[in-house]
Design a binder for this molecule. Structure first.
Ligand code: ATP
Length: 534
């Protein structure tokens, strides 16, 4: 028996068709509260339209004598509404009328939907009356065809906006209860929409990321110049090892391209969706490298004001490039060996063991076997790292690559500086071929960069090689380059060629034939800092 006297029901009872089962007696607040609590819990877990459909289906069916329901949402155009979720039990799922209603965008201002949206309380409709008044919306006809006589529409809204309408066809309606359900559904819809936006953004970011990665990997392979058989052998080794997690040891003189090859391996590996992390083992004292590699906890030592995440943690699921591994202090070699073997470590001052999946690529210009023999490098670490060695040839051993490399750098620096240089004279090419290139590709790169800055022509007519007196000459129609900027370029170029060494044998001061104190004061005056030549 239904209890129509109860305060929980509105005066307007909605009678929808015949043959209805009577409502469950609602005599206590308890039933309502339980339903609301259950619904609230279920709705909190709703993340998608499908979840909402399942939850609404489950709970609305617990309402008394429900004939049918639908949620219609305001479309992005702000002018029309479409079915979002609807009761699929009202007709056969392939009923042409329900399919039509489900896909049609009905104008909001049809005298029905706008009426509900502008109301804060449920709006009750007599279907026949609406049709008799000339309202012609397809959904009205659908309601009539399935025998809905009266329906109630409730606005779905959160503080920030109106979302749509919940339509209910039921025999009786408990207004406060349904209003509470509407509030919960509105929150769920707002969450779903936010979630959808996040997913769209995430997908967009992933696509951009993939695009950037492709660009990066293409740019790395496009950046390696070399057709000498020794370089082809290197390419073959890269393609063999890239896909595996094995450690790689890249050997070669300074400036032969060890870092470039490390990046190419990383880019060709499945870890290429994360950045390769690099650490230069020669650049810092032992205690700093330890903290760089493993990180430290706050207060681990004097000056450790904050917790710091080390390179190993940063490189989790990626590649850690240990440059100049031959310079790593012995005490740290033991710790490195442990991480490579056990894939775990602790931050300095930390008690928790951190597990990582890091692929190691190490590089050195030292002969590690000699270092092991001399007791400066641990044999066990050497064997661990030497799983897959790649030896890079010195530039002097692949002279046929010299001119293609020089042309590659000419076009790179011509582009970067905006100084149009197309190539070099035969004389310059001969000079390049005749030189021994102790600084390898890096030395060639710096030489070309400097020569481009000094040239007045669109062809390189002169290069300054150590021991060869053929400074580029300044022509009468030279572009307006001041003495000061010429001097600056010249000093930076020389410093680059000396790998930043200022004084002493082979230093920039010696090559420029001035005392190193003079060079220092010139550098101060011309505001030349390390970042200009390193
Ligand atoms: N085959 C190559 N093609 C194009 N550029 C190259 C090639 N080899 C090296 N380079 C360039 O030469 C410069 C030095 O290369 P890289 O830093 O990789 O050398 P390295 O062997 O790691 O040097 P170091 O031992 O001093 O750390 C970089 O600018 C790099 O791009």
């Amino acid at each position: 028996m239904k209890d129509t006297s109860t305060e929980y029901f509105a005066d307007d009872l909605i009678i929808v068709g015949e043959g209805m089962v009577d409502a469950e007696p609602v005599t206590e607040h308890g039933w309502e509260t339980t339903l609301l609590l259950d619904f609230g819990n279920a709705i909190a877990a709703v993340r998608s339209k499908e979840d909402l459909f399942d939850t609404v289906k489950l709970f609305l069916r617990r309402l008394n004598i429900l004939r049918g329901y639908a949620i219609r949402m305001i479309n992005d155009d702000g002018k029309t509404m479409s079915t979002y979720v609807h009761d699929r039990t009202v007709t056969a799922p392939d009923d042409p009328l329900i399919l039509e209603v489900a896909k049609t965008r009905y104008p909001i201002k049809d005298g029905i939907q706008d009426r509900v949206l502008n109301s804060d309380t449920p709006v009750f409709l007599m279907v026949d009356e609406e049709i008799a008044q000339g309202r012609d919306a397809g959904y009205l006809h659908f309601w009539k065809s399935v025998g809905f006589v009266k329906v109630a529409g409730m606005p779905l809204q959160t503080a920030s906006r109106k979302w749509g309408i919940l339509w209910l066809a039921m025999q009786e309606i408990n207004v406060p209860l349904v209003e509470s359900l509407c509030s919960l559904i509105s929150i769920a819809i707002s969450n779903i929409k936010t979630n959808e936006q996040i997913l769209v953004l995430k997908e967009k970011l992933e696509q951009e990321n993939q695009y950037l990665n492709e660009q990066l990997s293409n740019s790395y392979s496009a950046e390696i110049v070399g057709q000498h058989p020794a370089m082809h052998h290197v390419y073959k080794l890269i393609s063999r090892v890239a896909g595996a997690p094995s450690s790689v040891l890249i050997l070669g003189e300074t400036g032969t391209g060890k870092e470039l090859i490390a990046r190419a391996i990383h880019q060709a590996s499945p870890r290429n969706n994360k950045l390769m992390i690099k650490i230069n083992c020669a650049a810092m004292p032992a205690n700093l490298i330890e903290s760089e590699l493993f990180g430290h906890e706050k207060g681990a030592f004097t000056g450790a004001f904050e917790r710091r995440i080390g390179k190993f943690e940063q490189a989790n699921n990626s590649t850690l490039f240990l440059d100049e591994i031959g310079e790593l202090p012995l005490e740290l070699q033991v710790k490195l060996l442990r991480v490579i073997q056990e894939r775990e470590f602790e931050r300095i001052g930390g008690k928790t063991t951190i597990k990582v999946d890091v692929r190691i690529i190490a590089a050195t210009n030292r002969n590690l076997e000699d270092e092991v023999e001399a007791g400066r490098f641990r044999a066990d670490l050497y064997y661990r790292l030497n799983v897959f060695p790649i030896q890079l040839p010195a530039l002097r051993e692949r002279k046929e690559d010299l001119i293609p490399l020089a042309n590659f750098f000419i076009s790179r620096y011509s582009r970067q500086t905006g100084i149009s240089v197309k190539g070099m004279t035969a004389e310059v090419a001969r000079a390049l071929q005749g030189y021994d290139w102790p600084g390898n590709v890096r030395e060639l790169e710096h030489l070309i960069e400097r020569s481009i800055l000094l040239t007045n022509d669109n062809t390189l007519t002169a290069v300054h090689l150590p021991g060869i007196k053929n400074e580029p000459s300044v022509q009468d129609d030279a572009p307006p380059l001041t003495m000061e900027s010429r001097e600056r370029y010249h000093i930076i170029g020389t410093l680059k060629r000396c790998s930043g060494k200022i004084g002493g044998e082979g230093g920039a001061a010696e090559i420029l034939d001035i005392p190193s104190t003079t060079l220092h004061s010139k550098m101060r005056r011309l505001k030349i800092t390390k970042k200009d030549y390193k």
